[in-house]
Design a protein around this ligand. Structure first.
Ligand SMILES: [Zn+2]
Length: 444
């Protein structure tokens, strides 16, 4: 069902029509609103909030409806918000059931803005919930039952093809291609994304050289005001010194989008499951303070019983953020990886040369040796795995896996790959001028 907002009645208005800017404004508001969810039932009462535009009434009449805004507070339920705005329990319950058809009321976040429109002396007769920056849920009461309609900002889909020649860093690449399509500061967002896509292959702070170049095809969802609702890469090609890297997104049926190279190898690296090839002597336990034993039983890592001096390998590439002694951990190395993962290796007998704060270590690189420094009963490695600062069980955590795409998807992948790569042909991969080549962009 398509919603056509109607012009407010121009009762008593002798003029032959509304002025041009006014029409423009109405057309714009029509353009901005597209119904994406069909109305369960939609009354004509959307004119209610236009009553401010009717001519002045000079005889006693009911007060016009009043609209007020309220915001869902932290921990506040929709029911509590409704009650706070004068809704009776049965009315609130009926409304919540209608909301449920669109959104789980419990999933509504603090900060959600609601507009309540109240007729004099009554309960709210219309409520508009701003579900997110791009959609409104408009709820209208009619004969004590509620109907809802979702309005969404329409987005337009487009593609941007860019190429860049790197002189000092990705941030200051010399861009070519459809540069005019970019909004202010838009490219810097893609830099983060680009670095992320290749994070398992390239350390952008160290490996990028002057003369490196890239091409990228980006698909964008844009709002009428030009702002971006979403963006995603369709294809990326990166020349880093003398190697060429490609990234093609592909999603297995029902799966998430992942990036693969042209040979269908996942770009994303894998965490090694074990930093040392020895048996687990103490597992992960997140149990908190034990009231009977009166001590903390939590063990936020895994212990590997390994002989003194056993080499300890970094389970993934990353930057060393701690290397030294730290309380009961003894000698410890902590590495920060991409995606807010980090790992800790404790009770070491020694830390490998070059493994200092700020150093970048490769996956599998020996970062130290097993020992019993700190509070350790015997020689073992205490290994911790954190995601976003929270301890996870390294034995069970769902680690990003790097693997070749399964045979069954190869054909569809190749079709998507060839289509995506052909987009890049719209712009040439920049070539550095001969005298500028091969100079390190960043000092090691
Ligand atoms: Zn331990």
């Amino acid at each position: 069902m398509k919603h056509q907002p109607t012009e407010p009645a121009s009762a008593g208005n002798g003029a032959s029509g509304v002025s041009a800017p006014r029409i423009g404004a109405v057309l714009l508001s029509v353009a901005l609103l597209v119904i994406v969810a069909s109305a369960i039932r939609f009354g004509g009462s959307d004119a209610a909030d236009r009553n401010s535009e009717v001519p002045v009434v000079v005889v006693p009449a009911p007060s016009p409806p009043v609209s007020e805004y309220d915001t869902l507070g932290p921990g506040e339920t929709l029911g509590e918000l409704l009650a706070a705005n004068g809704m009776s329990a049965p009315n609130s319950h009926a409304l919540t059931e209608v909301v449920r058809a669109y959104r789980n009321p419990r999933s509504l976040r603090a900060g959600l803005v609601a507009r309540f429109t109240v007729e004099t002396g009554g309960e709210p007769g219309r409520i508009v919930l701003q579900l997110n920056p791009d959609s409104l849920l408009d709820l209208v009461a009619e004969d004590s039952s509620w109907t809802g309609v979702v309005y969404e900002v329409p987005v337009s889909l487009d593609t941007v093809i860019l190429a860049g020649l790197i002189e000092s860093s990705l941030w200051f690449a010399d861009l070519s291609g459809e540069v005019w399509k970019l909004g202010e500061d838009e490219f810097s967002e893609y830099v983060f994304d680009l670095a992320d896509v290749f994070a398992w292959k390239i350390d952008f702070t160290r490996d990028i050289r002057s003369g490196d170049a890239f091409r990228v095809a980006i698909e964008r969802e844009r709002r009428p005001d030009g702002s971006l609702r979403s963006r995603r890469f369709l294809a990326i090609e990166l020349r880093n010194r003398d190697r060429a890297l490609q990234a093609i997104p592909y999603a297995r049926p029902g799966g998430r989008r992942e990036y693969f190279d042209t040979d269908a190898e996942a770009l994303r690296g894998v965490f090694l499951r074990y930093p040392v090839p020895f048996r687990i002597t103490s597992g992960f336990s997140s149990r908190r303070y034990h009231p009977v034993l009166k001590r903390n039983r939590a063990h936020l890592g895994i212990d590997y019983g390994a002989p003194h001096g056993t080499p300890v390998k970094a389970t993934a590439a990353g930057t060393v953020v701690r290397a030294g002694t730290w309380s009961s951990f003894g000698r410890i190395v902590e590495i920060r990886h991409v995606k807010s993962f980090s790992t800790r290796y404790a009770h070491l007998s020694s830390i490998a040369r070059g493994v200092t704060v700020g150093a970048f270590v490769q996956q599998g690189q020996v970062i130290g040796r097993v020992g019993s420094s700190g509070l350790a009963s015997g020689s073992h490695l205490h290994y911790e795995f954190l995601q976003g600062g929270r301890h996870r069980n390294p034995a069970t955590v769902d680690l990003p896996s790097a693997e070749r795409l399964e045979e069954e998807y190869l054909e569809s992948f190749r079709i998507e790959r060839d289509e995506a790569l052909s987009l890049l042909d719209a712009v040439p991969l920049p070539v550095p001028s001969p005298d500028a080549a091969a100079e390190p962009a960043v000092a090691d």
